[in-house]
Design a protein around this ligand. Structure first.
Ligand SMILES: [Zn+2]
Length: 313
């Protein structure tokens, strides 16, 4: 039996994953925005900004806390033409958990491929409308990158977790991926949910919430068998042969599978499947393995290439 992995081993592995800072999200969106295939959504302005986080000003009782800036939350569309009517809609989201940098590399890999000259990218741009939300929890990323533990907004789960953001912590919540069933409580949740619904018209075909290190690298769906046996799910499995499907019977984490519509436990991937969300038949979560930058970019490309494979077959 393999010795149990210590929390120190996990921290070492995590430290090897290339950082993706909030500034890098800004730069990548600005660069993507130069492409003729990138357009604002119904909710974003010409700079592809949906809104800003609340930030946190200096607290007199906690003078050691740095102020947290108000950060941009982005949303944009990728398709061949501004007014193209595409047959399918895919949503890509990252930065749900602030400390999970890999998801941003995956998103960059998918977006850069879609904006490139590859013939398959051209076909995808013609037939699919992509809705991209690269910064669904930017304050979470900001405090994770800068290792900021705030006295005024302590993480209920303790130091070095960084799964929430200051506004959540003040409300006693620890995990940004358990509050997507709330309304009117958290700025980033409200901005992103309202935008996704308005932008897609309340209906997406495929949805991705891109996360981070989880050994082994895997993807999963709250939809269970219907998702992993769908043409897209099969194409994904064919492309990422070393990526396991979490939830398969007798496979990795078999208990994940729950027949029928998911109970809404506040996860973004579940909200996306619900009628009150995006009614997406196929909703997925990616948890990359111990991938470095090149492999992360390739895994992101596979997410959209598998869609090409399934639509072309
Ligand atoms: Zn996560």
């Amino acid at each position: 039996m393999a010795p149990e992995e210590s929390s120190l081993d996990r921290m070492t592995k995590r430290s090897l994953i290339p950082v993706y800072t909030h500034d890098m999200i800004d730069i990548h969106v600005q660069r993507a925005g130069l492409s003729p295939y990138v357009h604002p959504t119904a909710s974003s302005n010409e700079n592809l900004v949906l809104g800003r986080t609340p930030g946190l000003s200096r607290h007199p009782a906690h003078p050691a806390d740095p102020p947290i800036p108000r950060l941009k939350i982005y949303g944009y569309r990728i398709c061949s033409e501004l007014r193209a009517v595409a047959e399918k809609k895919m949503v890509l989201a990252a930065c749900n958990h602030g400390n999970e940098h890999s998801g941003s590399w995956l998103l960059q890999g998918a977006v850069d491929f879609l904006l490139g000259d590859d013939k398959r990218a051209q076909q995808l741009r013609r037939h699919v409308e992509f809705f991209v939300y690269p910064s669904v929890n930017p304050e979470g990323r900001y405090i994770a990158v800068n290792r900021i533990s705030l006295g005024a907004a302590p993480d209920p789960e303790g130091r070095n977790r960084f799964r929430g953001n200051p506004q959540l912590y003040i409300a006693g919540e620890a995990d940004n991926n358990r509050v997507w069933n709330t309304d009117g409580r958290f700025t980033n949740i409200d901005i992103v949910k309202n935008a996704m619904k308005k932008d897609t018209g309340g209906k997406a075909d495929y949805f991705w919430d891109l996360h981070d290190l989880h050994d082994p690298g895997n993807w999963r769906s709250p939809g269970g068998r219907e998702a992993w046996e769908s043409p897209y799910g099969r194409a994904l499995r064919a492309r990422g042969k070393d990526v396991v499907v979490a939830g398969l019977p007798e496979g990795h984490k078999p208990g994940l599978y729950r027949p029928g519509l998911p109970a809404h436990s506040g996860k973004l991937s579940e909200w996306a499947m619900l009628g009150e969300g995006l009614a997406a038949p196929y909703s997925f979560v990616y948890e990359s393995g111990e991938y470095l930058q090149e492999r992360l970019i390739q895994a992101g490309e596979d997410i959209v290439l598998a869609l090409y494979d399934s639509l072309a077959s």
